[in-house]
Design a protein around this ligand. Sequence first.
Ligand code: ZN
Length: 144
Amino acid sequence: MEHLNKERVLAYIADSLSEEEHETIEQHLYSCESCMNTYLENIEFSTPDYVISESFTDKTVASIESLYSMVPKNPTVNSNTKNKTFVHYIVAASLTLILFMSGVFQNALSITDGPKIEKDTPFTQKIMEQTSGFVDRWLEEGRK
Ligand SMILES: [Zn+2]
């Protein structure tokens, strides 16, 4: 699939597309960092009451849940406390991603020369690194 032009991204943000085209663009945004950047750049100019499409948020959460499912289940860990901690983390991570998707972090990044940061370490990669770091520590805790 070729890259999305700005008009299509704007139409996507304005939610004025057919469901099918909306899906297509959404899928492309997931797989294409360049178009995701276009999306994030333009979302700032969208209406203030803009709300992330529900399916987009659901998929963000779903991707975190699939990460969670990759963690091997440890039958010796039955502690509610650990589960709660993990749930809290999932919620925090979801919020981080959702805020990121909605362009909040894009504003923060543009203050500190966003494109350069983007080039050196994609923000999503940082989140993934932090997430796996947490999972490692969590598993470490479980072995004790
Ligand atoms: Zn693209």
